[in-house]
Design a protein around this ligand. Structure first.
Ligand SMILES: Cc1cc2nc3c(=O)[nH]c(=O)nc-3n(C[C@H](O)[C@H](O)[C@H](O)COP(=O)(O)OP(=O)(O)OC[C@H]3O[C@@H](n4cnc5c(N)ncnc54)[C@H](O)[C@@H]3O)c2cc1C
Length: 357
């Protein structure tokens, strides 16, 4: 039996099962009632995952031996009935009901990166647009800073076991312990109403992370990259570009950022600075879908993923990193593969899907 702490709430006792990953043979323990993914991450084993809500499908794995079951209330929407019939599970929605052997890709361990829960103090809040807030967070004195990779996110832990995910918008650097989030207001939203109403400097939040394996493929490849963002999907893209700048990578990058109106491109001038500083290596294409006349917008218009297709008829040699609205991410995944020959394995996504509760 093992005590499980979930979001700082009540503790429960549960039978614990042994999980063996294939082909590596690595093992960890997984209590009933906790997702196999969360159990692995808690024990420092990084398995592919992204949204942790059953929507993106990044944590697909096949159970080859043993009994696995869906967690109560979980919705593995990304799993087809055919996959389920072949023993495939989404590990974010799955609990162990016996010892399991699981066929699963593994992400190499990055030294220093481990999922933690920690309190953080709000040190600054800045409106980057009428509906976008930059929130800077810092662990209180004495707490170790959070180590993470560009493209990862944290969960803000809320009362009643609820949580909301936000991408980290800066790259982690030595001597810099500020965490930067870009939060878009969804009026009526549980957490973003608080951010735009009550939250203020010096308040303390509890977060857990880092999560997600989006962006971790970057170092391995020199393929030209399309960075595709809609709205606050710019946050993880900003971290990826900062990482490229910090490593001096020679990789060619095409950054496309879409919004409805000019105010949605809330760090437009920063992107222009990057394009100027990295001439020949980074191009920046802002795209507006619904700019009012008052914007006097003379740039590209339409859907941002269609602008990519207009400029790149052949994406067979590219890698694509798409972040933001799930509809944009889905359209890009579909259209880039069918219309421009993108390899499905070269598409990495961070879709900002709604969280349960
Ligand atoms: C991996 C990941 C990273 C994310 N990173 C960011 C980020 O960097 N910046 C950011 O602003 N958001 C991000 N999100 C979305 C964020 O987690 C919340 O879903 C969002 O802020 C709404 O929270 P809320 O509590 O205010 O609204 P809720 O109370 O959850 O929802 C209010 C209403 O809005 C709908 N809704 C919720 N989320 C969305 C959405 N994303 N798009 C459209 N409708 C929605 C709900 O269905 C509901 O009807 C991310 C999501 C994921 C999964």
């Amino acid at each position: 039996m093992q005590m499980i702490e979930e979001a700082g709430a009540a503790v429960a006792e549960a039978p614990v099962h042994a999980i063996t990953l294939l082909p590596s043979g690595k093992t960890f323990s997984s209590p009933a009632g906790e997702s196999v993914l969360d159990a692995a991450l808690r024990q420092g084993i990084l398995l592919p995952h992204q949204c942790k809500t059953g929507t993106c499908g990044a944590c697909r794995a096949r159970v080859v031996d043993g009994e696995a079951a869906c967690l109560p209330g979980a919705q593995p929407a990304a799993l087809s009935p055919e996959e389920a019939g072949q023993g495939v599970h989404l590990l974010c929605c799955t609990q162990a009901a016996s010892d399991l052997r699981i066929e699963c890709a593994e992400i190499p361990h990055i030294p220093g990166i481990a999922v933690r829960k920690l309190p953080v103090r709000v040190v600054a809040m800045e409106r980057l647009a009428p509906d976008v807030m930059r929130v800077q967070l810092q662990p209180p004195p004495g707490q170790q800073r959070l180590h993470y990779a560009a493209g990862q996110y944290v969960d803000v832990l809320l009362p009643g076991n609820r949580r909301r995910s936000y991408s980290l918008a800066t790259t982690a650097r030595e001597g810099q312990d500020l965490l930067e989030l870009h939060i878009r207001h969804l009026p009526g939203g549980l957490f973003t109403d608080q951010v735009f109403g009550k939250l203020k400097a010096r308040d303390v939040l509890r977060i857990e992370g880092p999560f997600g394996t989006f962006g971790m493929h970057d170092d391995a490849s020199q393929a030209p990259a399309i960075l595709l963002a809609s709205g606050t999907g710019f946050a993880p893209v900003k971290a990826l570009v900062e990482q490229l700048l910090a490593t001096g990578s020679g990789r060619r990058v095409h950054l496309y950022w879409g919004g409805r109106a000019r105010q949605d491109l809330y760090l437009h001038s920063l992107c222009l600075e990057w394009a100027h500083a990295l001439q020949g290596r980074l191009t920046y294409v802002p795209v507006l879908s619904d700019a009012p006349e008052a914007d006097a917008w003379a740039g590209r218009t339409g859907w941002v993923h269609q602008a990519v297709l207009q400029d790149h008829a052949d994406l067979s040699q590219h890698e694509v990193y798409a972040c933001g609205a799930p509809a944009m991410v889905d359209a890009a995944r579909r259209d880039f593969a069918t219309l421009a020959g993108m390899r499905p394995t070269a598409f990495f996504a961070d879709a900002f899907v709604a969280q349960p509760g």
